[in-house]
Design a protein around this ligand. Structure first.
Ligand code: ZN
Length: 433
């Protein structure tokens, strides 16, 4: 498959996955095509060498693994980690308010989005709804509006004369509610809103008890640039990494590897990973332990397996934007379409160290893939990701890498077509070495 086709698949994957709950659903659909078996945490597992499995926790985190033919004590786990969530806006529980002839929906800020990019866009809703079915059982279902439903109209420049000098600042409590309708005076706002949700499921659900609803951008992904060498979409951080990991894994030659391969895609990275399904929770270690107990059956064997393991933590990196040179370390300019970025931070905001770097460089060279190194400016706070957390929790060697990206945490991010291909190639090499 060529690089352009791989990115088209990525854009389709993102367009079908407007919330972390939809992401996991999309991943499951892919896995079913490759005959993966879903394991349930509340049941006993019987694993076979060469078997393909996955485990979902709370609908938005997933651990996928292929049980290797070789014993774990020999190979350890070869893991790639990434995250299913992206920063943005989430609908509050008492969502709808009326007044001034308009019905608006209250939102909470999830993680650290660039709020100004959410204005004047064709926004909509997607997520998970919980309700009681006819047998009084609580059921969860996914919900998605395919059409633009919500909007955050900007203030006209005539009322915000300094916007181009001072930037667009939005008050987080007062200025973010999204406009939904003019219906305000004829109904109770919350009742109207929940009825809208119910109608969207074509009446398939009973009384709604609760929801997790994310605001998403209905604009589809696109290629751009003179040679179509760039692409843009929402949620590239970090669905591009999730997609690269899946593309690397879901290849019959890779799946036939003797190694035990793992892809761990976590929710809640953008808010610190501390939850039952986040990278700082027990999910991954629980799954790895159960894999070991179902096969090696010995705690020391598990410890040996961990000591032999390696994790590539994949999350997007900051590409150099020449309009803003002062934002970057002049010696660590990372260029779009020049290969995976190794992220280095002495203060362990990234899990990379010199040995894991050397290892990753070797895999890049074996795969014929160029690579770059990134270090954040010393006078700017550096971001972090799941690498340091998982590496610390499990005690395994790890590296933080990512494809270069412009406008991280904008609702419309951009990256390079070749970089996606390079990342998939080096991940395949890692899985099969
Ligand atoms: Zn990220």
């Amino acid at each position: 498959m060529n690089a352009q086709q791989q990115v088209q698949n990525l854009l389709d994957f993102i367009d079908a996955s407007p919330s972390p709950w939809h992401v996991v659903k999309s991943v499951e659909t892919q896995l079913e095509k490759f005959k993966f078996v879903k394991l349930i945490e509340t049941e006993k597992w019987a694993l076979e060498a060469g078997g393909r499995y996955y485990v979902v926790r709370d609908d938005s985190s997933i651990v996928i693994f292929v049980q290797g033919q070789k014993p774990l004590v020999q190979t350890g786990f070869k893991m790639i980690g990434a995250h299913t969530d992206s920063p943005g806006l989430r609908i509050k529980p008492q969502a709808a308010t009326g007044g001034d002839g308009l019905l608006r929906v209250g939102v909470e800020i999830y993680g650290g989005p660039i709020l100004a990019t959410f204005t004047d866009r064709d926004l909509s809703l997607a997520g998970r709804i919980n309700y009681k079915d006819d047998n009084h059982k609580i059921v969860s279902t996914l919900l998605k509006f395919d059409r633009p439903l919500l909007r955050l109209p900007n203030l006209a420049i005539h009322m915000n004369r300094a916007v181009n000098e001072d930037g667009l600042k939005l008050h987080k409590q007062n200025e973010l509610p999204l406009i939904l309708s003019t219906i305000a005076n004829e109904c109770l706002p919350q009742a109207y809103f929940t009825q809208l949700l119910q109608e969207q499921t074509a009446g398939a659900i009973g009384r709604i008890l609760s929801w997790d609803l994310a605001v998403y951008d209905t604009q589809k992904g696109a290629f751009w640039g003179a040679e179509n060498e760039f692409y843009a979409n929402s949620q590239l951080d970090n669905l591009a990494s999730c997609h690269a990991a899946l593309e690397a894994l879901l290849d019959e030659t890779v799946l036939a590897s003797d190694n035990t391969l793992v892809c761990a895609l976590f929710d809640h990275e953008e808010v610190g990973s501390e939850s039952n399904k986040g990278a700082d929770g027990s999910f991954l270690s629980d799954v790895l332990q159960r894999i070991a107990l179902a096969t090696e059956k010995n705690k020391e064997d598990f410890a040996i397996a961990l000591a032999k393991s390696f994790m590539i933590s994949a999350d997007m990196a900051h590409a150099y934007q020449p309009n803003f040179p002062s934002a970057y370390d002049a010696d660590h300019k990372v260029t779009i379409n020049k290969g995976p970025v190794i992220k280095v931070n002495a203060n362990q905001r990234y899990s990379t160290e010199s040995v894991s770097q050397a290892q990753f460089i070797d895999w890049c060279e074996q795969a014929g893939v160029p690579y770059q190194k990134y270090s954040h400016r010393c006078d700017l706070a550096c971001g972090s990701t799941i690498g340091p957390i998982t590496s610390a929790r499990l005690g395994i060697r790890s590296i933080d890498v990512g494809s270069p990206l412009w406008a991280m945490h904008s609702i419309r991010e951009s990256a390079g077509v070749l970089d996606h291909n390079y990342m998939i190639k080096v991940m395949k090499r890692f899985f099969t070495h």
